[in-house]
Design a protein around this ligand. Sequence first.
Ligand SMILES: *Cc1c(COP(=O)(O)O)cnc(C)c1O
Length: 383
Amino acid sequence: MLESYSRSWTEINYSAIAHNVKEIQKLVGKTKIMGIVKANAYGHGDVECARVLADCGIDFFGVSSVDEALRLRQGGIRESILILGYTPPEHFHYLVEKQITQSLVSLEYAKKLSAYAQSVQNCIHCHCKVDTGMNRTGIIYQDQEKNMEAIFEEYRLPGLKVEGIFSHFPVSDDLGSESKAFTQHQIELFQEVCNRLKSEGLDPGLRHIQNSYGILNYQDLGMDYCRPGLLYMGVTSDDEIPIVSQPDFIPILSWYANISLVKWIHKGQTVSYGRHFTAIKDTKVATISVGYADGLHRIVSNQGLEVLVHGKRCPIIGNICMDQCMVDVTNVADVQEGDIVVIVGQQGDQKVTIDEISRKSHSINNETLCAISSRVPRLRKRD
Ligand SMILES: *Cc1c(COP(=O)(O)O)cnc(C)c1O
């Protein structure tokens, strides 16, 4: 990690992760936490987050792909790793070599993995994915079609050690009655599958179903693991969505940029590409060194998105450029080149949240965080 910054950078408060983990643990009771660190931990640094989470006692990590799993192994993470998505057959050997657990995305896929494991006379660790309503991956087990025999078959395939079983919620964030009934029914279907495995004399292994909103709204389901990503990062997808619980999370990411120039423009002059901002009075403008190539989406231009300058909220004006954008700082005294602007985070007693960017880009915090690009250094917040 870089120890210095140049134009735009984030600061990650890794010590706040421990606090957030405690808050999650309060909600889920005895259920253990599988730390989801896919997509570079939504831009927060996968190995760094995994190390901190491991120090908090977390012994299982979830990633989306084999390359993400290898990054963790190369970073010295020795805990269990579950690949939530698909691993192509040409990469099966990594599962054996690096002791990585693979999700079984279908019975056909499980059979390929089983054939490979037998061919190398080894054993591959797996979790069975059951599709109770997301219709993304896994063996379908829904009212219209309950493929129980296929699940039994996966558990009996030679060369595979099926050590867990999981499913996923598509609407655990929604407290509307239809979504609640849907999610509740998914939980029942999942428990039914686990019970039928036991009746068949098969051990379902580690059971897990809750993502972040599953934890917030369904809390203690008595599962073996839960799978939070966002929550240990201290945010939810959307601050305006009501949730059942009232946890006290600390967002771990702040985002900054430098001011490169401050100048006055006259009434009637315009700012940036397309000339979408016209000064209605003489205006003091700061140029800041962050743009859409850093992940500050161009779509949030001209929508009054505010950043903090000297602890005061100031709107971005005109189109956001690739590497820069402009801010109206008329109301802030003594602004100078080199001053630090807060895109996300706190300055003085003011705070700007990632949620403000997400709302103006019609997105959710998951995506806004992932979009902060790799050229933006992630600095460690000093304690
Ligand atoms: C991404 C993902 C999660 C984590 O989701 P959050 O909403 O960030 O908690 C959990 N489970 C699966 C299968 C996922 O793909």
